[in-house]
Design a protein around this ligand. Structure first.
Ligand SMILES: [Zn+2]
Length: 603
């Protein structure tokens, strides 16, 4: 009888030497969407994603494509797994020179649609994991998200927590052309981001304020936008479009004005497709770029709605991207008589987009877990970036981001030690660690709870409320320049349910202010007050930051309750489970296809 030997990690090459497995692989995707055609061919890109042994679908360790169409009740047979090669030698079946691509237009090939969603979802997940320096879970708790690239015939695409799935629709554009939302890079990245942000900050779906409602949409668009611009092929195209030059040519930096960059980067992209999709995500990116900075927009009635308000967040980050890019090119141009190779100009753009994307994702850990505002996002961006990337002299991204938001009237929620936008450290000298094990603080929820309870006074917790520690996550964050930072992030929420007639008598330590009772509520109506904090521990288990929204904050709770009353929340409760579908239906045909759980064989 022969016994099989345990498989060594790695592959055998000539002799007995073990070569390491390739950590990444490349896959061909559509660079932006099918309407971006260069020299008569749709612009594709080759992106790098984590390597793995794929099953037919493709189905991998975090993303599983399940190509079932509920509208026509049919399955698309997945490509045989062998087309993706082995883990030792991965292959890309849709690489532009491959036989498959030459034989059939990838646009007509459901297998290519499946690869496109798989690769973009994996790249988005990899961006999150690299930025946060740890594994990142999907919101629904399972390990694998299902993606249906042809889920239903409808101009819609959304993340469904209940189905643990990203669902992409298709539709006819009225001119006999079939539009597939699964082929739009920004739509796929946007929906994937919803599933990841909801996992990291589940309370952001709670009713709170116009900012919180807009944050999910705006943030998902920011990730989508920067994800597209960090693809070299897209920036190459944008630079060529803006300067009317070829990639091999020298570019006159002075010709790259902000207006031309905006035009080249966005207006030239997917115009037709954007029109067909008006109301679905990709198009909002194109609208955001047209927004001229103005400090009054944020108070205008039309910018209180979640999608339009989300555009302000996108526009602020986009302004930061464009001004950082412009400044960088000017600086480089000064030393080269104002001329740079087009390829270098494109590389700088992709690099800035990649860094901004990393900053935006990293900021999530430095946000309060409840009731987020855009000001909190600015503070989180600036503080977390300072921790990981102390030297910002190359692109001055922090300065450009603060200026981008200020242009739309948004200021950081905090400043400390003369640094605008820095979160205030906790009262270090008042904290006790006497009853906790520092090492356990880096992984154990109960240990973190003990720390919180022991320090509930100095940390300003409400000891009457239900308190729960969410997750405790050790991270190792590595900057693109090689700087490494180890920290542990944990978060907790506090919930206090009171009757309307109890609100104004709630004792609030340290102040005589009271939470104002909203008008029109009966005495017996219950109100749920939420608060919470993000705890950032350094590598030695000391608390560095406590980013919180105190439960008993009279001003914040009064403002929130007034907003909810005005929005009719106490009259009609929205079902959070249907939120993404409802959000994404705005401006679209009102009928949803009957996609029931029973019709989903993958459940
Ligand atoms: Zn969305």
């Amino acid at each position: 009888m022969t016994r099989s030997r345990p498989r060594a990690r790695g592959r055998r090459t000539a002799g007995t030497a073990l070569a390491p497995l390739p950590p990444t692989r490349t896959m061909t995707i559509i660079a932006q969407d099918p309407s971006l055609v260069v020299n008569g061919a749709m612009l594709t890109a080759s992106i790098t994603i984590p390597n793995e042994r794929l099953s037919a679908g493709p189905r991998g360790y975090r993303v599983q494509v399940v190509d079932y169409d509920a509208s026509s009740n049919r399955w698309f047979v997945p490509l045989d797994a062998s087309v993706y090669g082995s883990i030792e030698e991965p292959s890309d079946p849709y690489e532009p020179t491959s036989r498959r691509t030459r034989r059939q237009d990838p646009l007509d090939d459901p297998g290519f649609h499946a690869q496109n969603v798989y690769a973009i979802a994996m790249r988005t997940l990899a961006h999150f994991e690299r930025a946060l320096g740890r594994r990142v879970s999907w919101s629904f708790g399972g390990h694998q998200v299902k993606i249906a690239p042809h889920a239903f015939e409808e101009a819609n695409a959304f993340y469904s927590k209940e189905n643990e799935a990203l669902l992409f629709g298709y539709f006819d554009d009225g001119h006999g052309r079939r539009i597939f939302t699964c082929l739009s890079h920004d739509i796929v990245a946007h929906e994937t981001t919803h599933a990841l942000v909801d996992g990291l900050r589940p309370r952001y779906l709670e009713p709170s304020s116009p900012d919180q409602a807009a944050f999910h949409e705006g943030f998902a668009d920011v990730v989508a936008l920067l994800s597209v611009f960090s693809v070299h092929e897209v920036v190459d195209y944008a630079v060529a479009h803006a300067t009317r030059s070829r990639r091999t040519r020298m570019v006159d930096v002075a010709r790259l004005t902000i207006e031309r960059l905006q035009d080249g980067v966005l207006f030239g992209l997917g115009e037709q497709f954007g029109e067909a999709l008006s109301g679905v995500h990709g198009s909002s990116l194109r609208r955001s770029v047209r927004l001229k900075p103005s400090v009054t927009l944020k108070d205008a009635p039309e910018y209180q709605q979640e999608h339009t308000r989300g555009e302000l967040l996108v526009a602020a980050v986009l302004q930061a991207f464009l001004s950082a890019y412009r400044e960088r090119l000017q600086t480089l141009g000064l030393t080269t008589d104002g001329r740079l190779p087009a390829s270098r100009v494109a590389e700088e753009g992709a690099d800035i987009a990649e860094r901004l994307l990393t900053m935006a994702i990293r900021a999530l850990d430095y946000l309060p877990p409840t009731d987020v505002t855009f000001g909190d996002f600015i503070s989180a961006l600036l503080t977390s970036d300072r921790e990981t990337r102390p030297d910002d002299s190359r692109y001055r991204l922090r300065t450009h981001l603060a200026a981008g938001f200020a242009g739309f009237g948004f200021e950081p929620s905090s400043s400390f030690g003369g640094e605008v936008g820095r979160w205030e450290p906790p009262p270090l000298e008042e904290l006790t660690y006497a009853y906790v094990h520092r090492e356990s603080l880096q992984r154990d929820r109960d240990e973190v709870f003990r720390f919180l309870w022991d320090n509930r006074g100095p940390l300003g917790l409400c000891d009457q409320a239900y308190t729960e520690v969410g997750a405790v996550r050790p991270c190792q964050r590595v900057d693109l320049d090689g700087f490494t930072l180890r920290e542990t992030v944990a978060d907790y929420v506090q919930i206090l349910t009171v009757r309307a007639d109890e609100l104004e008598s709630l004792p609030i330590p340290g102040t005589r202010k009271r939470i104002r009772r909203p008008a029109g509520l009966d005495d017996w109506q219950t109100i749920r007050l939420l608060g919470g904090g993000a705890l950032i521990f350094d590598e030695f288990g000391h608390l560095k930051y406590h980013v919180r929204n105190a439960l008993l904050s009279p001003d914040r709770q009064s403002t929130r309750l007034a907003h909810l009353t005005e929005a009719g929340f106490f009259e009609h409760r929205a079902d959070a489970g249907e939120r993404f579908a409802a959000l994404h239906m705005k401006g679209l045909r009102p009928s949803m296809p009957a996609v029931t759980r029973e019709e989903r064989p993958w459940r």
